[in-house]
Design a protein around this ligand. Structure first.
Ligand SMILES: [Cu+2]
Length: 323
């Protein structure tokens, strides 16, 4: 090393502020599911992560969610109306905001594409406690705690995240394994379950086909705070798509909520023919009068398949056998 290069590097070292350690990169897992897709984790793993100022967090998606920092604003509504049509709110579907966060401004990852993959990175520039949400699954939230210097390591945080995720999926699996159908006389109750503490949803109706005597009524009852489902009998037809992309001449597509999937039909009986749909069933105790259960009386012997139109792609379908 010559004197001049020595001098130059010494000067460079003096000019570099001592606190400017290279930023640490942290990872948070978004969601997750069992291999058979029956259990869906509605959580961020780890739920809370402590990082240093200037560090980055990368969210790695393992399910259909978004990461939204509200910057002090209100959560965007799930849907927007245009005339009598309802569209998925583009504020949820598509990325918004720059790649740094200081507690202000709406920052959104958008949702994964058809392959389910997405990663989203933000740099945190100011100490604070920043909570964030998935705007698709009500009650799904996480926290980034930014301090002057983080005490843990990214590897340990990720390991904690994996352990939390495994515990969530195990709890969901155990719930599905012992999921009872309740019987009250001629009424059978199929619970649609999740757990907001253990942060899972069960995306199945019953483990086995439900066998009921002719004339029985089956009630599907929402007991899940995260999800929205439908109960839809198509009598052999392909189940209609819940969300229909409408390509635009420029920019991203609009995503229409299919009126055929949204609108409840009026019949209370099913004989194996026609299209019978509950419409959307919402978590119990929701504001207003949104339905959280659906009942049908089965008048004809047979084996009848039904679907949740929202989760048909991950295999949420059931079978009723009427004898
Ligand atoms: Cu569903």
């Amino acid at each position: 090393m010559t004197w001049s290069t020595y001098l130059f590097s010494a000067l460079l070292a003096m000019m570099t502020p001592t606190h400017a350690a290279p930023p640490t990169r942290w990872t948070v897992i978004v969601g997750g599911a069992t291999a058979d897709t029956s259990i869906y984790a509605n959580a961020f793993f780890p739920q809370a992560i402590e990082i240093g100022v200037g560090d980055t967090v990368t969210w790695t998606f393992e399910g259909f969610h978004n990461v939204a920092f509200l910057g002090g604003g209100a959560a965007p509504p799930f849907s927007v109306s245009e005339g009598d049509k309802m569209y998925w709110n583009p504020l949820i579907l598509f990325p918004a905001g720059d790649n740094t966060y200081d507690g202000t401004g709406y920052h959104n990852s958008g949702v994964p594409g058809p392959d389910g993959r997405l990663s989203y990175t933000l740099t945190f520039t100011k100490p604070g406690r920043y909570s964030y949400i998935c705007a698709i699954h009500s009650g799904m939230r996480g926290m980034v705690i930014v301090t002057d210097k983080a005490t843990g390591t990214p590897a340990a945080a990720l390991q904690r995240g994996r352990a939390e995720q495994a515990a969530t999926l195990a709890a969901g699996r155990a719930r599905l394994a012992s999921l009872p159908v309740e019987r009250h006389g001629t009424t059978f109750v199929v619970p649609l379950v999740g757990n907001s503490q253990q942060r899972y949803s069960v995306l199945r109706f019953t483990r086995e086909p439900l066998v009921v005597p002719r004339g029985s009524t089956v009630t599907w009852a929402m007991r899940d705070t995260f999800e929205i489902h439908t109960v839809t009998f198509t009598s052999g037809e392909k189940p209609p798509q819940f969300a229909v992309p409408e390509p635009q001449s420029s920019g991203p597509p609009k995503v229409l909520f299919n009126p055929k999937a949204l609108a409840p039909t009026t019949t209370t009986q099913y004989d194996g023919t026609g299209y019978v749909n509950s419409g959307m069933l919402f978590p119990p105790g929701n504001p207003g009068t949104l339905p959280s259960s659906f009942s049908l009386t089965f008048t004809t012997p047979g084996r009848f398949e039904y679907w949740c139109l929202i989760h048909a792609e991950v295999g949420q379908r059931g079978t009723i056998v009427v004898r």
